[in-house]
Design a protein around this ligand. Structure first.
Ligand SMILES: [Zn+2]
Length: 634
C-alpha cells in the first residue's frame, strides 16, 4: 500500500517559504519517480583526480540514479501571458542558465556554473533558449485549473508552438529515444503549491522528432533571478533524485536553504554520480585518513544487504556551495535504497546521522523537515563528537535493528584537510586514551631532565546543560619568559600535553583542538556521555587562554576538580594546574551600586571567572572598578 504523502493545506499555511517543488507523474504528485518513469543515462567513467588518501577509491560504474557525463544539451522554452508579460529578455535567460560567473540579483553563478561546481567539472549542462511564446490564455486561467491540469495544458501548447523551430532529438543526449532535459520557464511567480503552474518536474507521453519528451520541468520567472528552483527541478528531471523530506538543508534536494546560492548536492548522490569517488570501508579496516572537502565519500555497506543499505560520510565544509550550512566536519548519512521516498522521520531512503545523537535513543533532531535547517552539532569533529561507534550511538542501527559494526575514532579538526581513524589506534602518534607517554624534546637526549614550573589557576564554573564555558587567561607573557621564547612564538614552538595526576605527560588531545576532557580525578579521558569525562579545558595557544566547561548533568554545586595541562619547549615545561569549582548558584552583578549590599562573605569573580574578592562580614562589596561581575552564592 502506498503511504499518504502529506497534509498539503497544513503545510501551505504553516511553511509557505519552505515548500517543495514536486515531481508530477501522470497528473499526480509523487515523492519520487515510479520505477518505469525514472530517468536513465549511460554512465561513463572519467579521469580520476589525485587524492591524499591511503585507501583506494572505488570507480563508480553502476549508479543508482541516471548519471549523465560531459556536455548535456538542455532545452529551455519561454512562455508569457497577456496578464503577465515577459519580465526579462531571452538574452538574460541565456545568461542566467549558462553564463560563467552570472551574478545578477546576487546569484552565485549560473545554473551551468552550479552543476559544473558540484560535479567537479564533469557535467556541463548547456541550455539552448527559445522564446517568448505568448500563451493562448491569461496566466490566471492556467493557475485556476484543478491540480496540475493547467500546467499540462500549457506544456502541450508550448511544445506544439515551438515544434516547427526545434529538432527535439538534439536533446536526447544519449540517443536512447527520450530527451533528458526540457525546461519550461513561465513569466510571473508560482501561485499555489500543488496546483496550476507551481514549479515542478513533470512527465509526458509527447513524441516529436522521433523522441519521447518524457521528463520536463516547469519553473517560474518572477523577474528577479535566483537559481534554486531551476537547479532543484533539474535534479528531479535529469538525475531522477527524489525530494529529500526529513533531511534538512544539507542538500539542494532537501530543504530550500538558499535561493541565490543553493547548497550543493549531498556527497552521497555526488559519489553515486561518480563526481567524487566512493572509498569502501569494512569493519576489519584500520587506517588513518586525511581528506579534503569535495574529494571522496566514504562508504560502509551493511554486510547483510551490501547493495541496498549503508552508512556514508565525507568532509563537508561550510564555504562556497555549502556556505549556508551552520557547521563543518564529517557529515554522516544512512541510506537504504529499498525504502521509497523520504516521507517519515523514522526510516528514510537517505537521512543525516547527526553527531549530536550521541548517547540518545533516537535521532529525531530539529533540523529536519518540518523545521528545516542545519546544525553545527550534526558534524563529527574533534572535541565533543570525535568518534562514531555502536556503543556511542544507540540510535544508529541498520534498519532491521542490528548494530552496524562501524567504528571511527580520533576525528580531527576541520581545516584545509581533516583527519580521522577508521577503526581505532590508527598510528603510534595517536595512542588510545588509556596510554600516555613522556615526550622527548627534540633538542635533547633522553637523559636530559625537564625542569617543570607550575602556574596555579583557579576558576568557578556555572552549572550548565549545554557545555557553556568560561575563558581563563593562561598568562602567556609569563609562560614565554619561563620558556625563553617570545610571546608570539609560543604557538609555533611549544609542544602541548595533558598532564595525568601522577605528572605523566599525555600527548593525546581528547577535547576540541588543543584540549582535553578529564575525569573527576583529573585523569585524561575521551569524551563520553556515559563514561567518566566530566570537565574539559580547550586551550588556544594563540591567545594563551583556555575554555573550561563541564559535561551536562554530572556536576553539583560545590564540586571541585583539578586539571592539568602543559606546554614544553626544549627542556622546560610549564604546567597549568587549574582548580575548577562548580558554582552553588550565581548572580550576575551588572550594577555595582545596586548590588552594594548582599550576603556576607560571598565570593566575587570577574566575567573571566577570576576571583576578585569577597563581600565583607557585613555584606558590602569589595572596591571594584566598573564592570560586570559574577557573585558566587555559597
Ligand atoms: Zn522537488
Amino acid at each position: 500500500m502506498k503511504k499518504n504523502i502529506f497534509l498539503p493545506c497544513l503545510l501551505l499555511f504553516a511553511f509557505p517559504t519552505m515548500l517543495f517543488a514536486d515531481i508530477v507523474y501522470q497528473g499526480k504528485r509523487v515523492q519520487e519517480w515510479p520505477e518505469e518513469a525514472r530517468p536513465t543515462f549511460n554512465n561513463q567513467n572519467t579521469d580520476k583526480p589525485s587524492f591524499l588518501l591511503t585507501r583506494t577509491p572505488v570507480t563508480q560504474n553502476k549508479s543508482h540514479y541516471a548519471a549523465p557525463k560531459g556536455k548535456i544539451y538542455s532545452l529551455t522554452l519561454l512562455v508569457d501571458f497577456s496578464d503577465k508579460p515577459a519580465p526579462v529578455t531571452v538574452k538574460e535567460v541565456e545568461e542566467w542558465l549558462n553564463k560563467e560567473g552570472f551574478n545578477k540579483d546576487g546569484c552565485n553563478g549560473s545554473v551551468r556554473d552550479y552543476y559544473l561546481d558540484v560535479s567537479n567539472g564533469q557535467l556541463d549542462i548547456t541550455n539552448e533558449v527559445f522564446g517568448w511564446y505568448r500563451a493562448k490564455h491569461p496566466k490566471s486561467w492556467y493557475e485556476n485549473l484543478k491540480d496540475y491540469t493547467g500546467s499540462d495544458s500549457l506544456m502541450k501548447e508550448v511544445f506544439a508552438y515551438f515544434d516547427p523551430q526545434i529538432d527535439f532529438s538534439r536533446y536526447d543526449n544519449d540517443k536512447d529515444g527520450t530527451t533528458e532535459a526540457i525546461n519550461i520557464v513561465y513569466a510571473g511567480a508560482g501561485e499555489t503549491w500543488g496546483q496550476g503552474l507551481w514549479p515542478h518536474s513533470g512527465w509526458s507521453n509527447e513524441k516529436r522528432d522521433g523522441v519521447r519528451l518524457t521528463h520536463h520541468q516547469m519553473t517560474d520567472m518572477p523577474g528577479k533571478f535566483s537559481i534554486y528552483v531551476f537547479v532543484h527541478e533539474s535534479g528531479h528531471m535529469i538525475f531522477g533524485w527524489p525530494d529529500l523530506y526529513w533531511y534538512g538543508d544539507y542538500c539542494t534536494m532537501g530543504n530550500r536553504a538558499n535561493d541565490l546560492n543553493p547548497v550543493a548536492i549531498n556527497d552521497f548522490y555526488r559519489a553515486d554520480q561518480g563526481w567524487i569517488p566512493f572509498v569502501d570501508v569494512t569493519s576489519e579496516d584500520v587506517s588513518l585518513e586525511t581528506t579534503k572537502p569535495n574529494e571522496v565519500c566514504y562508504r560502509y555497506k551493511n554486510p547483510a544487504r551490501p547493495e541496498k543499505e549503508g552508512l556514508v560520510w565525507s568532509y563537508v565544509r561550510n564555504s562556497g556551495r555549502d556556505k549556508v550550512l551552520k557547521g563543518s566536519g564529517l557529515l554522516m548519512q544512512h541510506y537504504d535504497f529499498s525504502i521509497e521516498g523520504n516521507s517519515a522521520a523514522d526510516k528514510l531512503t537517505l537521512r543525516i546521522v547527526h553527531a549530536n545523537a550521541a548517547g540518545k535513543s533516537n535521532d529525531n533532531v530539529k533540523d529536519q523537515w518540518p523545521n528545516p535547517g542545519s546544525d553545527a552539532n550534526a558534524f563529527f569533529k574533534s572535541g565533543t563528537y570525535s568518534e562514531f561507534s555502536d556503543d556511542k550511538y544507540p540510535a544508529i542501527r541498520w534498519y532491521n535493528g542490528s548494530k552496524t559494526g562501524l567504528k571511527i575514532t580520533d576525528i580531527g579538526t576541520p581545516g584545509e584537510t581533516m583527519q580521522f581513524c577508521i577503526g581505532e589506534n590508527c598510528s603510534a602518534d595517536a595512542p588510545s586514551s588509556s596510554s600516555s607517554s613522556t615526550p622527548k624534546p627534540e633538542s635533547s637526549s633522553s637523559s636530559v631532565e625537564i625542569t617543570v614550573q607550575k602556574i596555579a589557576l583557579e576558576t568557578t564554573l556555572p552549572i550548565s546543560d549545554n557545555y557553556a564555558s568560561v575563558i581563563l587567561d593562561l598568562n602567556g607573557s609569563e609562560v614565554a619568559k619561563i620558556l625563553g621564547l617570545k610571546r608570539t612564538e609560543i604557538e609555533d614552538k611549544v609542544e602541548f600535553y595533558g598532564v595525568e595526576p601522577n605528572g605523566t605527560l599525555n600527548s593525546r588531545t581528547t577535547g576540541e583542538g588543543t584540549g582535553h576532557w578529564f575525569d573527576k580525578d583529573g585523569k585524561i579521558v575521551a569524551w563520553d556521555v556515559n563514561g567518566s569525562s566530566i570537565v574539559f579545558s580547550n586551550v588556544d595557544l594563540t591567545t594563551m587562554t583556555t575554555k573550561i566547561g563541564h559535561m551536562p548533568n554530572k556536576v553539583k554545586a560545590g564540586d571541585t576538580f583539578t586539571v592539568r595541562q602543559a606546554v614544553v619547549y626544549g627542556s622546560k615545561q610549564v604546567t597549568f594546574e587549574i582548580k575548577v569549582t562548580i558554582e552553588g548558584g550565581t548572580t550576575i552583578i551588572r550594577n555595582i551600586e545596586k548590588a552594594r549590599r548582599g550576603k556576607p562573605e560571598n565570593k566575587i569573580f570577574n566575567v573571566l571567572g577570576k576571583p576578585v574578592g569577597q563581600r565583607t562580614a557585613s555584606g558590602e562589596l569589595p572596591k571594584l572598578p566598573k564592570g560586570i561581575y559574577v557573585e558566587f552564592v555559597k
